[in-house]
Design a protein around this ligand. Structure first.
Ligand SMILES: [Zn+2]
Length: 55
């Protein structure tokens, strides 16, 4: 399985597969998938609370 993990440079906004940006030489970051949004954790927490109160 090959996934193209594109990294993004926050400095100039260009995408690359390398740790360093070929455009400006800055450090690149991996864009965070929407699936792992921090808000999701709270949704799970609220679900647990609901379950607890019903019992
Ligand atoms: Zn850059």
């Amino acid at each position: 399985m090959t996934r193209s993990l594109l990294r993004k440079c926050p400095s100039c906004g260009s995408y690359t597969l390398k740790d360093g940006c070929p455009q400006c030489g800055g450090a690149t970051l991996m864009p965070v998938p929407a699936k792992y949004s921090p808000g999701d954790r709270y949704g799970e927490y609220r679900r647990k609370l609901k379950r607890d109160s019903s019992g």
